[in-house]
Design a protein around this ligand. Structure first.
Ligand SMILES: C[C@@H]1O[C@H](OP(=O)(O)OP(=O)(O)OC[C@H]2O[C@@H](n3ccc(=O)[nH]c3=O)[C@H](O)[C@@H]2O)[C@H](O)[C@H](O)[C@H]1O
Length: 464
């Protein structure tokens, strides 16, 4: 096995063109590079700018920019999910599929040992021809995969899946808590919609898994063990777990762009709110959120994309809001350094959409966690944290599916009030989980084992 440990790998990374996918692929690349292996990261030219805030391991990671072909219906120059509305992502999938020849040429030129991908279901076909191993790397929870994109989900080929069918759990699904409530199942109806030319999201992702040499998931046995085992049974292949794969915590939170302003508040008093790189709220819901923060009376920092019909957050602020909260609140429309802000001592609560990246970052923070999920997988991530791990609270929704300023302020007060039973419980449970996840060898242990498995995979290939 000594030869195996010294085997230097060359790995190509080809994630879906969205920040929530490229970011974890880059974190994984850094961890693999740290262990002495080379990474070629394939991505749209413009995406590199969206990732420039992330540190790269200089010795071993090179970017390979792709030219993204124009697709009718996509805004000119659109290259990643951040450039378009969620309703157009199926067209971006067509653009991704049309980069196949470029990707194949990169593989021929760079001859990687392994390629990591997620939504590009055609990767295994070209990899096999070139003797490259293919790993389908999933950067969403095992729960969201197991409930939506396993063979047992049985999405019809000739029609859209119905709500009644979505209410049924796939046969053998191993959890009764990490589930969607009946009024939420519509959030999964997209799986039978087109996602690329003549292929549904369900067929694309299940094909990506079935054709891969290995399935991998950015999670850990301790949180999703049964669900990962179910995935392995469903696809009849091994499932390698990378663990959370988060970068080293910020050494000096004070370096963040907002650190000076945050320094002016009592430790743990600030509520930080961000909903990831894709969510765009309707203007009325955006304003209801802001009025909820005003109602609470605590300091707050909100970082959201401008809502629909608005070019800036400024124009979406409720009348007189800015003046009324100027001593304690800020609303930003651009990108902020979320991990740095979460590590600032003044920040005591994180109001999140529970995107998988933000979920991991919230668990590794010392913040109380309040969740306002939007997409199907975010709802399942929320169930995992609220119902299973009991480390967070979820904001109650109206029948319309929206939250009210009252339900938002009630949820935040429940975790910020030192004497509230729920707040005390989630704080205690969160601290217990953070002890596990942030313990010295937890993440590195997962990555050491994972890289060993990659070397075994290549060695077996070379001996075959
Ligand atoms: C897999 C897919 O990822 C998507 O990504 P999205 O960007 O919404 O959220 P995260 O996964 O939290 O990823 C967002 C990442 O961007 C960082 N960030 C975000 C906003 C900001 O202003 N500053 C930052 O640093 C944040 O720290 C996190 O690392 C969706 O969740 C989707 O539900 C999920 O299936």
């Amino acid at each position: 096995m000594a030869e195996c440990k010294n085997l230097e790998l060359h790995i190509a990374m080809f994630p879906w063109f969205a920040v929530g996918h490229m970011t974890p692929f880059l974190h994984l690349s850094n961890e693999i590079a740290k262990r002495g292996h080379k990474i070629t990261f394939i991505l749209p030219k413009k995406a590199q700018i969206q990732l420039q805030h992330l540190n790269l391991h200089p010795n071993f990671i090179t970017f390979h920019p792709l030219t993204i072909p124009h697709v009718d219906g996509l805004p000119l120059g659109a290259e990643t999910a951040s450039d378009i509305s969620i309703s157009l992502v199926h067209l971006l999938a067509i653009a991704m599929d049309r980069t196949r020849e470029q990707v194949e040429n990169i593989f021929r030129a760079k001859t990687p040992d392994i390629v990591f991908y997620d939504n590009a279901h055609w990767i295994p076909e070209i990899a096999k021809q070139l003797g490259i191993k293919s790993i389908c790397y999933n950067v969403v929870s095992a729960a969201s995969l197991a409930i939506a994109v396993v063979p047992a989900r049985n999405v019809p080929k000739d029609r859209a899946i119905t709500k009644e069918e979505l209410k049924q759990l796939p046969v053998g699904y191993p959890s009764s808590t990490i589930v969607l409530r009946s009024h939420e199942v519509d959030s999964l109806s997209f799986i039978s919609l087109p996602f690329g030319d003549g292929i549904t999201f369900y067929d694309r992702v299940t094909t990506a898994m079935k054709e891969s040499d290995v399935i991998s998931i950015r999670t850990c046995q301790e949180m999703e063990g049964q669900l990962c085992d179910y995935m392995g049974n469903q696809f009849g292949k091994s499932v390698l777990l990378t663990g959370p794969v988060l970068p080293e915590p910020a050494k000096s939170p004070s370096k963040g762009m907002w650190a000076t302003w945050l320094d002016g508040f009592e430790p743990g008093s600030m509520v930080f709110c961000a909903f990831g790189s894709q969510i765009i709220l309707e203007k009325k819901q955006f304003q209801e959120l802001l009025l909820g923060f005003e109602l609470i009376g605590l300091p707050f920092l909100i970082a959201l994309k401008p809502p629909m019909e608005c070019a800036t957050v400024e124009e979406a602020l409720p009348n007189g809001f800015k003046e009324r909260v100027k001593e304690r609140g800020r609303v930003l429309g651009g990108w902020v350094e979320q991990p740095l802000i979460l590590s600032h001592p003044s920040v005591g609560c994180f109001v999140s959409h529970c995107g998988f990246g933000s979920m991991w970052e919230s668990l590794m923070s010392n913040c109380q966690i309040v969740l306002v999920p939007h997409l199907g997988d975010q709802i399942l991530n929320t169930r995992l944290l609220v119902e299973e791990m009991k480390v967070a609270v979820e904001v109650e929704r109206e029948d319309s599916g929206w939250f009210s300023r009252k339900s938002l302020s009630k949820a935040i007060k429940s975790v910020m009030d030192k004497d509230n039973e729920v707040g005390i419980m989630v704080k205690k449970n969160h601290a217990k989980w953070k002890d596990i996840l942030a313990s010295p060898n937890f993440m590195s242990g997962y990555m050491d084992k994972f890289v060993q498995n990659l070397q075994d995979l290549v060695l077996v290939n070379e001996k075959a």
